[in-house]
Design a protein around this ligand. Structure first.
Ligand code: UDP
Length: 329
């Protein structure tokens, strides 16, 4: 039986990965400081005999030393996430994303454990050639705009992980997550789809930032954790970087309309200028589309859930939460 350590395992994606790996017969240990993760995400798994949970910051080197020594492989998902959080807490974003990954990699090296490092599509920045391929150039905004600290911190994580692979032969795999959505995701840190669904069900306005013509590809979290597991189990993936997401593209305005229609909601759609939604001078991406060629070639994975189905899953999740008096943020 394989023993996985999942940093950030109480987060949205981490909790789905935990569930998947337990289902596949893994033992799982979670380390999570509950900064954005929530015990509610893993409450249904808490009594699983093969699950252990440590509530701790991954920069606690003594705890990490013990947990890494006891596991077979590490899924490193703990990080500061969400555009709004990144803008409002730039120090924590940089320090956690870089300092945390340093501890994970140093400890993994000590015990020679395989590490899968979560990265982000933000890495591509303002690239204008679509879809984004893993080896494309990156185009970043200025350091005076906080948003870019996230992409820069994750780029350092990638450099560091690849350096450990190159210099000391540590088995690492990097995966860049594009917009990932599904049940349990909170709108609290800025993510658009849970916000739209919650607003639609509450009869509140769906707030579209900018002109709504910007587009995204929203991958279903169940597909995403399937991809992560396949990468973990493939010796061919080691030392490489992979996009994970979907290439079904939708504008944010169309997303708002679809959510409204599928929820049977009468909420109005409101347009909010970027300066008001975020901060003066905020830079959004007009498009973001992954190339999925590499992951298809190496582990034979492609996304299988259409956006409408994902929207329905999220609507069902929030309806259930509301019925049970859940106070989902
Ligand atoms: N967005 C929006 N209303 C919201 C939150 C976000 O219109 O309440 C927009 C946001 O400006 C961006 C898109 O939706 O163009 C996706 O935002 P999200 O924060 O979910 O992901 P990211 O910006 O990281 O792609």
């Amino acid at each position: 039986m394989k023993h996985a350590l999942i940093t950030g395992g109480a987060g949205f994606i981490g909790s789905h990965l935990t569930e998947r790996l337990l289902g596949a017969g893994y033992r799982v240990t979670i380390i999570d400081d509950l900064s954005t993760g929530r015990m509610a995400n893993i409450a249904h798994l808490e009594n699983h005999p093969q699950l252990r949970i440590a509530i701790e910051d991954i920069r606690n080197v003594n705890v990490m030393d013990r947990l890494v020594s006891e596991c077979d492989l590490i899924f490193h998902l703990a990080a500061a996430v969400g555009v709004e959080k990144i803008i409002s807490e730039p120090i924590a974003t940089i320090e956690i994303n870089i300092g945390g990954t340093e501890v994970v990699l140093q400890t993994a090296r000590r015990y020679r454990k395989k590490v899968l490092v979560a990265s982000t599509s933000e890495i591509y920045g303002k690239g204008t050639r679509f879809p984004f391929h893993e080896d494309d150039d990156r185009l970043m905004g200025p350091t005076t705009r906080s948003r870019w600290s996230y992409a820069a911190s994750k780029a350092i994580d990638e450099f560091l992980a690849l350096a450990y692979h190159k210099e000391v032969g540590l088995p690492v795999v990097i995966f860049r997550l594009f917009n990932t959505v599904g049940p349990r995701q909170t709108g609290q840190y800025g993510m658009v789809l849970p916000r739209f669904v919650k607003a639609a069900l509450d009869g509140q306005p769906l707030r579209v930032y900018g002109d709504g013509a910007q587009s995204r590809c929203f991958g279903n979290v169940h597909d995403v954790v399937d991809a992560i597991q396949r990468l973990a189990e493939s010796p061919d993936a080691v030392g490489q970087v992979f996009n994970i997401g979907t290439d079904e593209e939708v504008t944010i305005f169309e997303l708002a309309e679809r959510v409204k229609a599928r929820a049977g909601s009468v909420s109005p759609i409101q347009f909010i200028p970027y300066d008001e939604a975020y901060e003066a001078g905020f830079e959004d991406f007009r498009r973001r589309v992954p190339s999925l060629e590499r992951i298809a070639a190496v582990v034979d994975w492609k996304p299988s859930t259409a956006l409408n189905e994902t929207i329905d899953q999220i609507i069902a999740y929030y309806r259930e939460e509301m019925q049970h008096g859940g106070n989902h943020p």
